[in-house]
Design a protein around this ligand. Sequence first.
Ligand SMILES: Cc1cc2nc3c(=O)[nH]c(=O)nc-3n(C[C@H](O)[C@H](O)[C@H](O)COP(=O)(O)O)c2cc1C
Length: 325
Amino acid sequence: MRFVLAPLAGFTDAPFRLMCQEGGADLTYTEMVSAAALAHGHSPTNHLMETMAGEGPVGCQIFGANENDIAVATREISRISSRFTELNLNAGCPMKKITQCGAGAKLVEDPAKIGRLLKVMKENTDLPITLKTRIGPHPQNTNIFEILDAAQEAGISGLTVHARYTSQCHGGPVHLDVLEEVVRRARVPVTGNGSVVDAKTAQEMAKTGVESIMIGRGCLANPHLFAELKASFRPASDTPAPSAPNALSLCARHLDYVLAFRELLATRFPGDHVPSVDGFASVKMHVHLFRYFNGRPGAAALRARLNSIRTLAEIRSVLAAAART
Ligand SMILES: Cc1cc2nc3c(=O)[nH]c(=O)nc-3n(C[C@H](O)[C@H](O)[C@H](O)COP(=O)(O)O)c2cc1C
């Protein structure tokens, strides 16, 4: 079984992707990139598409609803395509600021439009085109099979299905029965997604016949989950997965990658307002440190300190305090 890191806006930047690849992920994705922003030359968007030395296969995910924007963005990404192994269309994000532009989960309501956007992507790049979507807008409309037909007709090379309806957002049951039927009908490899957090949930999803399993929230603070799950699919007689590094060494490593990534951005985009080391490290580490510390002794006090972190020195001081607890 292949295990894939889900695109997670605000989390799956290059440093975290690298952490997950070291933790066993076979494929990762960028955070979603706005096709409109790329088409209109919004320079900070380029930061989302930077990759770091040592990263393995990375798919680039775009969102948008305008065919012209999608065409321009696709060509732009193809220009730097040596970094990416595929170009993925987001047809599943339920956030209002995305759906009100007709993109993300709004597209789930219109399989023909998904097909047209994928065709535009296909016509503008040699990269494999893939789709990430949901099983339908709501339980009264399980239209994933129409989406599958439109996407295959457009020439996709793979499909990821978050086995929930748009109306469920990110909670509630994962509909493995529908996923299984998608796998049965699909002519392309299907990746399953939705609340896989441990060996039990991974094994349940594997029974649908999916080629790969995509993990989102389950690997936050636990980038070695991928290796753990892979080990659970091997015969018990095989070598067990090496034990995951402890939370503090993960934090230290993650911080090193964040600092290296900031250097990379500053070199690649001089004059492009790359934040200061203090600002960049604080913003990038904040969301992850909260999770790494969860459940540790003294976590409440550490989390209170995290709220006021503004500098690299403060981050290092919190890590040193955590090491003493
Ligand atoms: C904070 C957050 C950010 C997300 N960002 C994206 C995104 O950029 N692109 C996308 O296709 N899905 C995005 N998703 C959805 C996830 O990729 C995934 O489909 C969803 O979380 C279900 O998987 P999980 O249960 O393993 O987390 C996001 C979800 C969360 C919680």
